[in-house]
Design a protein around this ligand. Structure first.
Ligand code: GUN
Length: 297
């Protein structure tokens, strides 16, 4: 079984990006991302810290604004409008989930599509669907990049995605059905409400799991020799762990490792790739090529 080492591949990408950032600096451009966090969700706090730290490592400037949970939609929109209008800010990211009183759609649609480093704006979603160069959502792009760097080809393969979220499942399906050398897959999207998930998962050459339920996919769901990508990041209480919890995926690692030919670990698989793609999106915006360059070249 091959462990798909997202941490190592992300570190490679960071090195490549650091070179590009230095080239931009010599042209007087300092890539700069604004990160907005509302409230005190512990996982979100940790993600925003990781993103900001990764930016620093490759020379991208990051501005983090952390607002209280009670912040109004108006106040959030005021930050976004200020950043939209500021030519020194290249990327804008609003960490999800937002508090319940804030309409996420309203906020995400207020971000300039050309600064939309998460690829969540309907303009970028639409560009992806019709096959135009787009700012791509970071987790789907990270999965494609990880498999590509391990030379796992998807053309003609049956990719089964469990999970139909707007952040992972749906955009990943839209990427993988494209007629392109790094895609060209036959894609099935299913979700946790399927009466018999194994009916779909057992047919997968490549199984991607993004449902947000700890260890729900086990060896019995997986065909011998399949490639398995685990997108889940779940906190399981564990009194013996230093922080009182440990992180597990949506895949039961031990039983799936006995079936899979390749598998992403959690942590250290898809997570670092998501961050690497966020940095890449920021750099392509700063370079002015975000809507010009086809992805994965
Ligand atoms: N929350 C969970 N995943 C993501 C992501 O990729 N981007 C943002 N902004 N929030 C998230």
């Amino acid at each position: 079984m091959i462990l798909l080492d997202g941490k190592r591949i992300a570190a490679e990408i960071h090195q490549e990006l650091a070179v590009e950032v230095a080239q931009l600096n010599s042209r007087g451009i300092e890539p700069h991302i604004a990160l907005l966090l509302v409230g005190d969700n512990p996982a979100s706090l940790s993600y925003v810290r990781s993103k900001s730290r990764a930016c620093e490592q490759v020379g991208i400037r990051s501005t983090v604004v952390h607002l209280p949970a009670a912040t109004s939609e108006q106040e959030i929109l005021a930050y976004i409008e200020q950043w939209n209008a500021d030519p020194a800010i290249h990327g804008i990211l609003v960490q999800l989930p937002l508090p319940a009183h804030v309409r996420s759609d309203t906020i995400l649609q207020a971000i300039s599509p050309q600064k939309d480093v998460d690829g969540f704006h309907p303009v970028n979603v639409g560009r992806l669907v019709v096959g135009l160069p787009a700012l791509l959502p970071c987790t789907p792009a990270g999965i494609v990049e990880l498999l590509r760097r391990y030379q796992i080809r998807l053309a003609g393969k049956h990719v089964v995605i469990v999970g139909r979220s707007t952040i992972v499942g749906k955009p990943l399906a839209n990427l993988l059905v494209q007629k392109a050398p790094w895609a060209d897959a036959i894609v099935t999207v299913c979700h946790s409400g399927a009466p018999d998930l194994r009916r779909y998962t057992l047919d997968a050459d490549v199984l991607v799991v993004a449902v947000g339920r700890a260890q729900m996919i086990r060896g019995e769901h997986v065909r011998q020799g399949a490639v398995v990508v685990d997108v889940g990041i779940n906190r399981l209480e564990d009194a013996s762990a230093p922080k009182g919890y440990r992180i597990v995926g949506d895949v039961d690692f031990a039983s799936v490792a006995e079936k899979a030919s390749a598998l992403t670990p959690v942590p250290g698989g898809v997570g670092p790739m998501t961050i690497a793609m966020l940095l890449r999106n920021t750099v392509t915006i700063a370079a002015g090529t975000a809507w010009e360059k086809p992805p994965f070249q």
